[in-house]
Design a protein around this ligand. Structure first.
Ligand SMILES: C[S@@+](CC[C@H](N)C(=O)[O-])C[C@H]1O[C@@H](n2cnc3c(N)ncnc32)[C@H](O)[C@@H]1O
Length: 165
């Protein structure tokens, strides 16, 4: 498969899964966390499909297209490893949904990321809340849900928090 085809498949899967979760996420109270603003593509889509949810965005820096920059209150700049643990007072309630798009493509780096990220994101999620991530999180108090039909299971993982740890 060419890199172009692979990119198109990845973006298509991301959009299909994000949209498949809308009704479920709307049943849960709480803001949305977007981990990894990048150029703002998925943030822009999230604010379109969740007009009634507050969305807080995390990244090292604001590098997205100006048309999809979050306002200052909702853009949390810095290393997520530092900011996620301390965002509670600003974010308010626990999250109904977290979209985590900070995979590096390097398996060792990603394992190291999962090691610090998993307990931190657990702490920020509401019971009943959903996570969509490219990183395989092993959290005993979350269930791993199947992807929508036709979406391969190896690059996108959907989790739902079933209880506090
Ligand atoms: C693949 S891009 C996100 C793409 C974005 N979701 C989009 O649709 O445009 C990954 C982003 O995660 C950010 N990132 C990765 N690890 C991070 C960390 N530990 N702290 C803060 N930002 C991080 C990178 O700076 C990068 O902008």
């Amino acid at each position: 498969m060419s890199r172009l085809d692979s990119f198109i498949r990845r973006m298509t899967s991301q959009k299909i899964i994000l949209e498949s979760l809308i009704d479920k996420v709307n049943e849960v109270d709480g803001p949305i966390l977007e981990l990894g603003l990048g150029n703002g593509r998925t943030y822009d889509h999230l604010r379109e499909i969740y007009p009634n949810k507050e969305i807080f965005v995390f990244d090292h820096a604001l590098t997205c297209h100006p048309s999809c920059a979050p306002d200052a209150e909702h853009m949390i700049q810095g290393d997520i490893r530092d900011t996620l643990a301390f965002c509670g007072p600003r974010v308010g309630g626990k999250a109904s949904f977290a979209h985590i798009d900070i995979g590096s493509g390097d398996p060792t780096t990603d394992l190291a990321t999962v090691h610090w990220l998993a307990p931190m994101i657990d702490e920020r999620m509401a019971v009943g809340g959903y996570i969509l991530t490219g990183l395989e999180l092993k959290l005993p108090n979350f269930e791993h849900l199947p992807n929508p039909e036709g979406i391969k299971a190896d690059r996108n993982f959907i989790y739902r928090k079933t209880s506090e740890a």
